[in-house]
Design a protein around this ligand. Structure first.
Ligand SMILES: O=C(O)CCC(=O)C(=O)O
Ligand SMILES: [Fe+2]
Length: 206
């Protein structure tokens, strides 16, 4: 879990980038009539929602070049992974150096259907290179399932929680069922005043 100070610092950084009018938040769509129930922007590489692949510019939106992934975020993620690996007896997570950061914003009615993150390179996926996810702001009911069969489980992700899926769980099915309004920690309400809801950051290696 990230400290309250670190959460605030991260939010200030990503909201500063995302609210800018060049390369910031927009609502992606699968096609003309199906929009995702969230706002998104990317850093490092852009995830093209129409073609389900990564690009260097926003080919499914405004053609602008993707924002850079700040070095401080690369270091943060590598530090988190080093910490986790040190604490785990069983080493199931390969090393990773993120070159993609995706920022999602979910307002009160936001959600994301169950899916697998499989648009990274075949090598990244087959090697089980982890996806590191950080939640900020309001709580989310998060669903996940390993494999095509079996039970889907739910867990509440709170502000500062870190969720990592890699190694044998790299192709975990996962999604956001709902946001629980009014659960943003007090210390973050100021910076999120005009964006009440939840921010999720995922870091990946192409
Ligand atoms: O918001 C989340 O917790 C998950 C986001 C996610 O699955 C994605 O961006 O691929
Ligand atoms: Fe995902």
């Amino acid at each position: 879990m990230l400290s309250a100070e670190k959460q605030l610092e991260l939010l200030e950084l990503v909201l500063g980038l995302g609210r800018g009018n060049s390369g910031g938040f927009y609502q992606p769509s699968f096609d003309e009539s199906h929009k995702l129930q969230l706002q998104m922007f990317c850093m490092g590489r852009h995830w093209d929602c129409w073609n389900r692949c990564y690009r260097s510019s926003r080919t499914d939106h405004d053609q602008l070049p993707v924002l850079e992934l700040p070095h401080s975020l690369v270091e943060l993620v590598m530090g988190i992974l080093a910490d986790v690996k040190q604490k785990c007896r069983q080493q199931v997570l390969p090393d990773m150096r993120p070159d993609i950061g995706i920022v999602n914003f979910y307002a009160a009615a936001g959600s994301l259907g169950l899916h697998q993150d499989r648009d990274e390179s075949a090598e990244s996926i087959s090697n089980g290179i982890p996806v590191v996810s950080i939640s900020l702001g309001s709580h989310a009911v998060f669903a996940y399932r390993l494999g095509d069969e079996g039970a889907t489980k739910v867990v509440t992700l709170r502000s500062g929680d870190i969720f990592i899926f890699g190694g044998p769980a790299r192709l975990l099915h996962h999604g956001v069922v709902k946001i629980i309004p009014g659960t943003t920690p007090k210390s973050l309400r100021g910076v999120m005043a005009d964006m009440e809801g939840r921010i999720n950051l995922t870091f990946r290696q192409l």
